[in-house]
Each structure stands twice: as structure tokens, then as C-alpha cells.
Design a protein around this ligand. Structure first.
Ligand code: PXP
Length: 267
């Protein structure tokens, strides 16, 4: 059974309403497509992986349609839009080409991310301050097309204030720096930054997601941050799925999110 992560108390028309908030898992299946693309073959199929993730309890599927199409292809996004029965989130750069794709395919949600051609993976959050005028335009275009919008940002209060100014409905907080410091064993400051950023965003009504670098060892600390509604996890789940199968890998991650283990004392 899924235990609620936290409760939200709302007074609406003089009625006191209690919502339970369960942290959702969206599985990023890019690297299923990476395995296919290294051979330019037709397997494994990200659509089949998405179905297995959903059967195992994932509440969303995420893919990153990169400008260089190194893993996910346009056709994958189109077929996923027709087959994903939970929630399809497409990560993309805030470019006119990608806005056109989104307006045609209409995923449930777009997450705007920075993109560099020679990076191995997304390296940091979007600089919302620097790109404010383009982001304002793109957020409006997507919202007007009926698509939910999230912005991938570092856990930085100035960036979050700007997201609020741009009327971004949701943000995905970049957990990358925390997961790197976790590996080094000195993670408490970066964890604090994540928690502070999540609180600040929720306080001004922004929906809070988080992701990047989360795995089966560092999930416990993040799963305790009550303001986070959803985690986006890709590489570690696909890596484990290669050994134990997609459904087992997803179930194991969900179990850790629901019942985080005691944190080590160092950090
Ligand atoms: N969130 C964003 C914005 C990403 O770009 C990625 C990587 O594609 C992820 C989450 C997932 O990161 P990881 O594969 O390290 O779990």
C-alpha cells in the first residue's frame, strides 16, 4: 500500500479539506532508447518499457527529445502520447523547433531544460534569469496549447523567484549536485539547499518536482523532503532493469520512496 508522504490542509468555501500527497515516480526511459540506438535497431522499444513501468506502479513516463536525437526519436514521442496511460512528460530545449513538436504531439507536460550538444547528460538547471524573455514566451505558448509546464532549475532561491515571476506552474529541482556530494560523503549542505528550495517554491504555489542522479542508494534523503511531489529517475532504474527486469527495478524504487531507510550519520 502507498503511504502518504504528507498532508495538505486546505480551507475551501468554509470546508476543511485534507489531501494526502504521495510522492510520485516518473521513470525516464531515455536509456532504453540509447540501447536501441547504439545498433540503430528496433529493440528494445521504449513504448514496451513504458507499459512495464506503468504496470509496476510508476505514475509517469519521461523522455528527453534532444536536438541531436541521440536516443528518443520523434516517433517514440508520438507513439508514447497515444499509449502512456498515466502522464507523459517530455523534456526539451526552449527552441521554436521543440515548441512546434510539443504543439503537434501535445504531451501532458513539457519540462524545459538547457541543452549542450557535447554534454553526456543535462549538466545543470536552466538559467531562468538570463533567458527570462524567451522562457516567458515559450511558457505562454505551451500553456496556451493546453500543455503543463515545468522548468528544470538548480536549487537556487534567485532562480525560483524568477520562475514565480514568469508564472511557471511547476519546477523540477536539479538534484545533481546533491547526488555528487552524496558520493563524496559530504552531502548535508546540498540536501539542505534542496529542502530550502522546495519549501520556497511550494510557499509561492509552484509545484515541486526533482530529479537527476537519483539512485537506489541516495533516494532516502530526497524521499524525506515533503514538498517534493514527484521524482524523475532514469539512469539508475534502466541500469537495474538490465539486470533484474523493468518491473522489479521500478517496484524497488517505489518501495524506497515510500519507506526511506535511516540516513547514515556522516554527511
Ligand atoms: N531530470 C532531467 C531534467 C534530466 O535531464 C534527467 C536526465 O535526462 C533526469 C531528470 C534523470 O536523470 P537520471 O537519468 O540521472 O536519473
Amino acid at each position: 500500500m502507498n503511504e502518504p508522504n504528507s498532508f495538505l490542509f486546505i480551507v475551501h468555501r468554509s470546508r476543511f479539506i485534507v489531501y494526502s500527497i504521495v510522492m510520485r515516480l516518473a521513470v525516464n526511459i531515455d536509456h532504453i532508447a540509447t540501447i536501441r540506438e547504439v545498433r540503430k535497431s528496433d529493440e528494445p522499444d521504449p513504448v514496451a518499457a513504458a507499459v512495464l513501468c506503468e504496470l509496476a506502479g510508476a505514475q509517469g513516463i519521461t523522455v528527453h527529445l534532444r536536438g541531436d536525437r541521440r536516443h528518443i526519436q520523434d516517433r517514440d514521442v508520438e507513439v508514447l502520447r497515444r499509449t502512456v496511460s498515466t502522464h507523459l512528460n517530455v523534456e526539451m530545449a526552449a527552441t521554436p523547433e521543440m515548441v512546434r513538436v510539443a504543439q503537434t504531439v501535445k504531451p501532458h507536460q513539457v519540462t524545459l531544460v538547457p541543452e549542450r550538444r557535447d554534454e553526456l547528460t543535462t549538466e545543470g538547471g536552466l538559467d531562468v534569469v538570463l533567458h527570462a524573455s524567451n522562457l516567458e514566451k515559450v511558457i505562454r505558448q505551451l500553456l496556451d496549447s493546453g500543455i503543463e509546464v515545468s522548468i528544470f532549475v538548480d536549487p537556487d532561491l534567485e532562480q525560483i523567484r524568477h520562475c514565480h515571476r514568469l508564472h511557471a506552474p511547476k519546477i523540477e529541482i536539479n538534484t545533481g549536485k546533491f547526488t555528487e556530494s552524496w558520493r563524496r560523503g559530504n552531502w548535508s549542505q546540498d540536501l539542505e539547499k534542496l529542502a530550502t528550495a522546495a519549501k520556497a517554491a511550494r510557499k509561492v504555489g509552484i509545484g515541486v518536482l526533482a530529479g537527476h542522479g537519483i539512485n537506489y542508494r541516495n533516494i532516502d534523503a530526497i524521499a524525506r523532503i515533503e514538498e517534493i511531489e514527484e521524482l524523475n529517475i532514469g539512469h539508475s532504474i534502466v541500469a537495474r532493469a538490465a539486470l533484474v527486469g523493468v518491473e522489479a527495478a521500478v517496484r524497488e524504487m517505489i518501495a524506497l520512496m515510500r519507506s526511506p531507510r535511516t540516513l547514515p550519520t556522516r554527511g
